[in-house]
Write a protein that binds this ligand. Sequence first.
Ligand SMILES: NC(=O)c1ccc[n+]([C@@H]2O[C@H](COP(=O)([O-])OP(=O)(O)OC[C@H]3O[C@@H](n4cnc5c(N)ncnc54)[C@H](OP(=O)(O)O)[C@@H]3O)[C@@H](O)[C@H]2O)c1
Length: 337
Amino acid sequence: MALGVAGSNPVRRPLKIAIVGATGLVGRKILEVLEERLWKENPEIIPLASKRSEGKFVEFLGKKIEVIPIEYGIPNVDFAIFSAGSDVARTYAPLFVEKGAVVIDNSSAFRLDPNVPLVVPEVNPEEAFKHRGIISNPNCSTIQMVVFLKPLLSAFGIEEVFVATYQAVSGAGMRGIIALNEEEKGGIFDETPFPTRIYRNVIPQIGEFSEGYSTEEWKMIRETKKILKSDVKVYPTTVRVPVEIGHSEAITVILRSSPSLSDVYDVLEKQEGLKVLRDGFATPVDVEDKDFVVASRIRFSPENPRALSAWVVADNLRKGAATNAVQILQLLIGGLG
Ligand SMILES: NC(=O)c1ccc[n+]([C@@H]2O[C@H](COP(=O)([O-])OP(=O)(O)OC[C@H]3O[C@@H](n4cnc5c(N)ncnc54)[C@H](OP(=O)(O)O)[C@@H]3O)[C@@H](O)[C@H]2O)c1
């Protein structure tokens, strides 16, 4: 059966999917999520990485598949899911598109390009169908925040968002995890992605600073506006913490109206991909390997009836990256399933 995919040729069955960066933290998670969600499709997987991975294998549905360095050529595929950084995406994504593939990219390379949809399937699925070959996955911190903000924006309007993040070391890739583990053992990791020690520390810098804000903070400011199609003001402070998996966010939203807490619960509980805890709270450990975002500690400020605060957590490798990308692919081939 051939299914139409907006902006490209009809999709063949079985699907052929390239995973660029298949040996990385997100790449491996993509394989896992594809196994869980697309096993019935039995897709053909082509794992690609750098020359460093020549001779390595990954597993998919019980089969060992050899990883191919991307320099060796661009395969003919229906989809290419990229998780290999911005430089690799800029160099190779257009080559896949030329060959008729749809690219779903996890890097920041194309996120703010007006011709590239920036998609969170539970928030703006319609955008995915407007692609011209490339679709971007938003930044992990932005994804979990907009899943929480979207229903509030639609129901009550939002003026401003204050957010402090507590981001896991896996957000910086394999090197982030190695750095934490080495430092825990008393060593030093020369290739640490962090500007200072992360073990028993917290670091209020993710990326480079410009005009006082870090790259990660600018991503949250700009990507949120694009996804929500709103000029909502976002005031972020992004912080790396010595947690392996799972980003947490302390969010305060200044709403345009002052609903009751029960109205807020009603609205949030209807949001797809969001689990709401009326009692207690969720921590990064609770969301590890989960595909949904959890909001807890939801409360109005005693000082301002329009200031709503919450604690929002999600697995950065799953909903923040792999799951979101696979959900986009599922959207394009016909339903989130
Ligand atoms: N980690 C997260 O929570 C997260 C969340 C959202 C988005 N992302 C984005 O996802 C991407 C990957 O992140 P990650 O955490 O998986 O990083 P990672 O663990 O460091 O993995 C990087 C992957 O990219 C491949 N790669 C690097 N340079 C390459 C090159 N020149 N040619 C081909 N492949 C190359 C690596 O292959 P080798 O093994 O051969 O070096 C590896 O497979 C990044 O763009 C990141 O910003 C990550």
